[in-house]
Design a binder for this molecule. Structure first.
Ligand code: ADP
Ligand code: MG
Length: 370
């Protein structure tokens, strides 16, 4: 729905009533009460004049509005209708209000209700910032749409092949084997997707609780490289592991950290240079500017085509892929880095991505040493 702006606000006369020096005690009390509130609030008195406004409301609507008719200040029909509604007897009302400041749109929910001060009837209007909620709603909708889309593609393929096997290909053993192989691949894709979704929801649920077990990162790195060596061999990639000796254990969840390493190494193999080298380095000592205290870091570097800078910040978003077709070809779900980022957060660490297009990328997991 397009916002209808009130253009004929001049129908309300702009003469100010009273001057700031003349406020009575009741109005001073009202000012003091509104000043104690952290959300924007204003009060409208007789004849629709604004009688009080706190500092957040001045930031939102501008200063020096006392004495002006509310319609010349609020200027959005939904809010004006709602105020007129309570003034003519409705117990309370609500309306949306949109503000634009420096090109940023903020969505507010306004509440209006009648009250009285010093015997005068007033209408109190408060503003709640709903932007975060609108963003969260949009994210949830996108997420559901993405999941449905990701599941629908393999599911459609499966249904198609089931139908073919029940009908035309029923007695054709060669076609049957071929179709069953494709069906197994598509089912595998759905299986990976559901597993990644479950991991993601588990990690998100636990994110606020930092793990308290002690893990030796060198052991994890060695084990992850070992586990990924068949995939590396298949792509003719050499895995090179370098671990600084005698590092102390760090606080961590071994399974989750292994999951991060597996994803980073797998990505380096999949998106790196065929016949190239993937280097996995564990080091410590240097402190990270964004983390207090000493850290240990694991760098996974490849010699692939690298990543253009404008993708970098978005790679850890769910389902964000530079090349969806390629990711699906190599069995990706688009969730690996999102999971990795949540696991890093849970460990009070962070995931860092650096890349030079044409030369390769370095994905680093940085964890606090204690
Ligand atoms: N080492 C890498 N080199 C280049 N691009 C990468 C690398 N690792 C990840 N990416 C990009 O980031 C995207 C998201 O990675 P990820 O979350 O692991 O999902 P997936 O691997 O399932 O597609 C990949 O689709 C790819 O476009
Ligand atoms: Mg991946």
């Amino acid at each position: 729905m397009a916002t209808k702006w009130l253009t004929n606000a001049s129908q309300y006369d702009e003469t100010l009533i009273g001057t700031p020096g003349e406020k009575d005690d009741a109005m001073n009390d009202l000012d003091a009460t509104l000043a104690a509130l952290s959300i924007p609030v204003l009060a409208i008195g007789q004849a629709g004049r604004i009688v009080a406004m706190n500092a957040p409301a001045e930031v939102l609507l501008g200063g020096n509005m006392s004495g002006r008719h509310f319609a010349t200040v609020l200027r959005q029909p939904g809010v004006i209708d709602a105020i007129e509604g309570v003034q003519s007897g409705a117990p309370s009302a609500e309306a949306g209000f949109i503000s634009h400041e420096g090109g940023v749109e903020t969505r507010w929910r306004t509440n209006m209700a009648n009250a009285s001060t010093g015997g005068e009837r007033i209408t109190v209007v408060s503003f709640l910032d709903e932007t975060w909620q609108a963003d969260a709603d949009a994210m949830r909708r996108d997420f559901v749409a993405n999941v449905s889309h990701e599941l629908k593609t393999p599911l459609t393929a499966l249904l198609g092949f089931i139908e073919t096997l029940q009908g035309p290909a029923r007695d054709d053993p060669v076609a049957r084997d071929k179709f069953l192989a494709i069906m197994a691949r598509e089912a595998g894709r759905m299986d990976r997707l559901t597993q990644d979704l479950l991991s993601l929801s588990r990690v998100e649920r636990e994110e606020r609780r930092r793990p308290d077990a002690q893990v030796n990162l060198a052991d994890l790195v060695q084990a992850a490289a070992m586990a990924m060596s068949p995939a590396a061999d298949a792509a003719n990639v050499t895995l090179q592991v370098k671990c600084a000796p005698d590092l102390p254990a760090v606080r961590g969840d071994a399974d989750q950290l292994s999951q991060v390493l597996a994803n980073l190494i797998e990505n380096a193999i999949k998106y790196g240079l065929e016949d190239g080298t993937v280097q996995i380095t564990l080091s410590s000592g240097s402190t990270d500017p964004r983390l207090p205290g000493p850290v240990q870091r694991i760098d996974v570097s490849d010699q692939g085509e690298g990543i253009e800078p404008h993708h970098l910040a978005r790679l850890t978003e769910r389902f964000y892929r530079i090349d969806s077709h390629r990711s699906r070809e190599v069995g990706g779900t688009g969730l690996g880095l999102a999971i990795a980022k949540h696991i890093a957060n849970r460990h009070r660490g962070r995931l860092e991505i650096a890349s030079t297009p044409g030369e390769g990328s370095v994905f680093s997991l940085i964890l606090p040493q204690d």
